[in-house]
Design a protein around this ligand. Structure first.
Ligand code: FES
Length: 282
């Protein structure tokens, strides 16, 4: 077996191994995935392409300078015979090269297709879910046990975590009801009737990086986030007055129904928690 044939075999083996490894990668991923096996297959897929290209360069690409001597014309019979042999070998080389090019393309294509599968791991697009919570007009506020909250139970200084009725535990909807007492509420323009009988509601999700804002200091009317010590002024629309948070806690519009229960007038007017809408504020 000639050296060039052996070289072509080695290049073909490298590209072939890459194709098989990429196919195996796709199969393992579809079957549920295994990071160690996927990593090993990716190593073979990439390594096969790399080894194939290196072998190709070493075995088939010309090295050094080529100098063409001026030969006397016409050629001797011996030169013509060698040229004829060379043409034959060249045809064989061209055929092998075509095969190797196709195998190289197959290896790269298989790896590219296998690389598309992880896109499935991104999950479903969130759509508009990041802009809305479970609060709707007319939905009663319930505590963690699912019991509707009477407005009369939210006395001055009281803080209760509530959820929309039917959605206890909904992380994006958790809300703090705070009893401010009569005559204390200083509404943001347009929110004059959002805090009936001095009961105000704010999202419990910190607008910095989403920790629960759970510490209330009634004497200062401040809500504190324990994660990075942001403080929110409850009397000023829960705007941040200290710490890294840059956006006020969204306020939930409230009313009280005929039975005395706290009821939402609608969803939060803006997205809760931190998010892409905060970019550029810091
Ligand atoms: S998450 Fe609240 S201050 Fe950082």
């Amino acid at each position: 077996m000639s050296t060039s044939t052996k070289g072509a075999g080695a290049v073909a083996a490298a590209f072939g191994a890459s194709v098989l490894a990429s196919a195996g990668l796709a199969i393992v991923y579809i079957a549920g995935g295994s990071p160690p096996i996927e990593g090993a297959l990716l190593l073979v897929a990439l390594g096969g392409i790399g080894a194939g290209l290196v072998l190709w360069a070493k075995r088939f690409l010309p090295v050094g300078d080529d100098v063409q001597e001026r030969e006397p014309l016409p050629s001797t019979p011996d030169e013509r015979a060698r040229a004829s042999d060379s043409f034959g070998a060249g045809a064989d080389l061209v055929a092998r090269r075509r095969l190797l090019v196709r195998l190289a393309a197959a290896a790269l294509g298989a790896l590219g297709i296998a690389a598309l599968f992880p896109i499935r791991s991104l999950g479903r697009a969130p759509g508009g879910a990041l802009f809305h919570t479970r609060w709707r007009a007319g939905v009663r506020a319930v505590d963690a046990s699912g019991t509707p909250v009477q407005a009369a139970s939210i006395t001055t200084g009281t803080v209760v975590t509530v959820f929309p009725e039917g959605h206890v535990g909904a992380a994006d909807s958790q809300t703090l009801l705070i009893g401010l007492g009569p005559g204390v509420y200083r509404p943001v323009a347009g929110r004059e009737d959002w805090a009936p009988e001095g009961v105000v509601g704010y999202s419990k999700i910190c607008t910095h990086v989403g920790c629960p804002v759970g510490l209330y200091q009634p004497s200062e009317h401040l809500l504190f986030c324990p994660c990075h010590q942001s403080a929110f002024d409850v009397l000023a629309g829960a705007r941040p007055v200290a710490g890294p948070a840059a956006r006020p806690l969204p306020q939930l519009p409230l009313t009280i129904d005929a039975a005395g229960y706290v009821v939402a007038r609608g969803d939060f007017p803006e997205p809760v928690g931190p998010g892409f809408w905060d970019r550029g504020r810091d």
